[in-house]
Design a protein. Structure first.
Length: 77
């Protein structure tokens, strides 16, 4: 099992819609990738912004490549 994580921030007022986008659009689309085993969205609300950590699980490096491309060490989604 391979876990890949991504972090992002948004204004506190945009956090609900951002979380909904991740959970209802992004993660379901990732299910189309062979070897994708699910993901988690973690959220921490601060005074002015919300931090998100998304953890995606894959069976193999080939499945990660299907998601991220050949450069497995690049930053970003």
């Amino acid at each position: 099992m391979i876990a890949r994580h991504w972090r992002g921030w948004t204004k506190l007022g945009d956090a609900e819609s951002y979380e909904r986008l991740l959970k209802e659009t992004v993660l379901p689309q990732l299910k189309r990738i062979s070897g994708y085993r699910g993901g988690y969205v973690l959220r921490h609300d601060g005074d002015q912004e919300s931090e998100f950590v998304v953890i995606n699980l894959f069976d193999s490096l080939d499945a990660v490549r299907a998601f991220a491309g050949e450069n497995l060490h690049r930053r970003g989604f």
